[in-house]
Design a protein around this ligand. Structure first.
Ligand code: IVH
Length: 675
């Protein structure tokens, strides 16, 4: 044997394994991809010349085992247990009370909090420092032999040092427990690739990890971005371990990836504080966790506490509210949006997700239904997380019965019954009937909303009634409404009707940018509307602008320019503008030089306190400023007026103290209109 070449070979293995450790365990790249590849090529060359030298810990041996037809069985050396659950702080306090009653040592023990990784338990056997066997949990007593698949997971060490590590004799035989998982970004990349290749995509990282670990061909597993986090020692031929925190340190020292989110807590009070901090981090972690595990640090104590049924008393899982549940999708409904766009939504058999009953979920668009092959009657996975609207992740294909129905986009609008259209270059289907009542409702809803004309008190219910009763046929009709028009309608008494009419009339004073936004022209939002008012001083001027002129404005491309011109060319819209003008809804943007001439509130400073009847906080500020005044946050000698609404704060007292004039909403509008 060529001794020096053999030494090179061993050195090369160690070098590559060390780079792998940095990359897969410590998340650090210390060599370039090209250098790494060239080392691997060198290694393969030596191995092909000297096949007898190949050792099990050679990086080339991670993949290479032949596919199996079925996994063998593994009897676990000790039962692979699970944990009792807690769902809130009180459950944790009760747990600690219970175990304290059983053993007074609980009073002074420390605790370890670990993330509860939402993956799959694996049991890893090492003999004489070599990885020899990897198993699934199975039923806790007997698992499946997935050794070849485990080998492909680069963050799992194939060798652990058995010489002294951090002043500790490393057990030569040890069985380690950990969780195999896929990170969220890796999951998304993988699914994108599968989709591109026309393959079946996975529902969530956990399912993907499970599916990948149970592949009979390790070559497939090796292509999946599986990772490990180790957290306990099931058994070892050393009796040295007395603390869970030390176990985590040991596992890290010998080369296992261990979550750095784990924390040691000296007291139970600290546990309650840390648990809250960790729970708040849930969305910032790049892998899914479904809770936290709180463990008594003193392993002798944990052991002595024994079991309730099969659950050890010395640890507890604090489960986070669920974010995904499976339920039946009974039907698909279709919403009609402001622009006529049709959006499908799932009608669900009600299901509780994280404390909220979910009955509907979005399906995004018709292509999504097709892509995910979601059928009516399917069992579906529904996700509800944070403030996001619940959505369907996909169907559970395994439980499909065959009676499920494929859905096709509606050929007629579900609200007005007119034919729908799919525009060639868009995913969406549209109801192109501009008189469709559903579109009108959405249009008005948008027109009166906070960011548009801000008509206070005009909610969706009222809008629906106005449209249903045919009182309003377009947004301009709002301005000819009278109290007597409203009184016969559902839910209107004199005062409410008066308030609403008042709020509508006041909205005539909103600046031009808000009116442009309110028209809901596609692509023209608040920012764009503001920009337009720098060049066009009323809707007449804007309606005459050509595409070229519009495109010369920063931020306006050919699409928006065309949308604007098209909008103003439509007869219905021309008519609408005429009606708005007739009704006095015609704000004029005064150029800054002219502004001061026509500004009744010029030089006056206002402070606003309490809830106003006809203005939101934003719109009253805008109103005062549009008329030359200034709004400040606190009352001082330089304040001219304090505008008071319902339930005012201490600013009123301050105004009285400083002798500053207190006014009401109608005083303000009088100052502006009859200066
Ligand atoms: S300790 C007796 N620690 O959560 C020891 N489990 O029931 C029990 N899990 O299915 C396990 N992260 O696979 C422990 N840091 C962690 C964990 C963890 C995830 C899983 C485990 C088990 C379930 C607990």
């Amino acid at each position: 044997m060529d001794n020096s070449l053999h030494q090179d070979y061993i050195r090369l293995i160690n070098e590559i394994n060390s780079y792998n450790y940095y990359y897969h365990v410590l998340d650090q790249s210390i060599v370039s991809d090209a250098e790494f590849d060239s080392l691997i090529r060198k290694l393969r060359a030596i191995e092909s010349q000297n096949p007898g030298w190949i050792t099990k810990d050679s990086p080339t041996q991670r993949v290479g085992a032949v596919p199996v037809s079925k996994f063998g069985k593994v009897i676990h050396p000790l039962p692979i247990l699970s944990l009792a659950n807690a769902f809130n702080e009180k459950d944790l306090i009760d747990w600690r009370e219970r175990i304290f009653k059983l053993d007074p040592r609980v009073k002074s023990t420390g605790y370890v909090i670990e993330p509860k990784i939402d993956g799959l338990t694996v049991v890893l056997h090492y003999q004489n420092g070599q990885f020899v066997l990897g198993a699934t949990r199975g039923n806790g007593e007997i698992g499946e032999d997935i050794t070849s698949n485990i080998r492909t997971i680069r963050s799992i060490p194939m060798t652990i040092p058995i010489e002294k590590t951090s002043n500790r004799t490393v057990p030569s035989n040890v069985v380690v427990r950990g969780e195999v998982y896929i990170s969220i970004p890796d999951f998304e990349t993988l699914n994108d690739e599968l989709l591109k290749n026309g393959e079946k995509i996975y529902l969530n990282p956990r399912n993907t990890a499970a599916g990948s670990l149970r592949q009979l061909d390790p070559k497939i597993t090796s292509k999946r971005p599986l990772k490990l986090l180790a957290y306990s020692i099931v058994m070892s031929n050393s009796t040295e371990f007395t603390s869970q925190w030390e176990i985590l340190k040991f596992l890290r020292d010998v080369g296992f990836p261990v979550s750095d989110l784990s924390v040691y807590c000296k007291t139970f009070e600290d546990v309650l504080v840390e648990v809250k901090k960790l729970a708040a981090k849930r969305d910032d972690i790049n892998f899914e966790i479904d809770g936290l595990v709180i463990k008594i640090d003193d392993l002798d104590l944990a052991n002595d506490l024994g079991f309730v049924g099969k659950d050890p008393r010395g640890a507890i899982a604090l489960k986070f509210p669920a974010r995904e549940e499976i339920t039946t999708m009974v039907d698909i409904g279709v919403n009609v949006g402001r622009t006529g766009v049709l959006t499908p939504f799932a009608i669900l058999e009600p299901v509780e997700i994280g404390g909220v009953i979910v009955k509907q979920a979005t399906l995004h668009n018709f292509d999504y239904i097709l892509e995910k092959d979601i059928r009516i009657g399917d069992r579906v996975l529904v996700k509800r997380a944070g403030d996001v609207i619940p959505y369907i992740i996909g169907p559970i294909l395994e439980t499909r019965k065959g009676s499920e129905k494929v859905f096709s986009p509606p050929l007629i609008c579900p609200v007005c019954g007119q034919e729908t259209e799919k525009l060639a270059d868009e995913v969406a289907w549209y109801c192109v009937n501009s008189g469709c009542p559903a579109q009108l409702v959405r249009n008005i809803e948008y027109f009166v909303s906070r960011s548009a004309m801000d008509i206070v008190g005009m909610g969706i219910k009222i809008v629906e009634i106005l449209v249903r009763e045919n009182v309003v046929k377009d947004v301009a009709d709002l301005y000819s409404l009278t109290v007597s028009d409203l009184l016969p309608l559902e839910g209107f008494a004199q005062k409410k009707a008066e308030n609403l009419i008042n709020a509508i009339q006041i909205s005539k004073q909103r600046p031009l940018s808000r009116l442009i936004t309110a028209l809901g022209i596609r692509g023209v939002g608040e920012v764009m509307a503001s920009e337009l008012t720098k060049y066009f001083h009323d809707l007449d001027e804007l309606s005459q602008a050509s595409e070229e002129i519009l495109m010369s404005i920063e931020g306006i491309g050919p699409n928006i320019a065309r949308q604007l011109v098209d909008w103003f060319q439509k007869d219905t819209n021309k008519h609408l503008l005429w009606k708005l003008k007739e009704n006095g809804v015609w704000p004029i943007e005064v150029s800054s030089s002219k502004k001061s001439e026509n500004q009744p509130l010029a030089g006056l400073t206002f402070v606003v306190t309490g809830t106003l009847e006809n203005f939101s906080r934003d719109s009253v500020k805008e109103y005062i400023e549009a008329n030359g005044g200034k709004v400040t946050g606190s009352v001082s000698k330089s304040t001219n007026f304090v505008l008071v609404g319902e339930n005012p704060g201490s600013k009123v007292d301050k105004a009285i103290e400083l002798n500053i004039k207190i006014i009401r909403e109608n005083d303000l509008t009088t100052m502006v209109n009859k200066p």
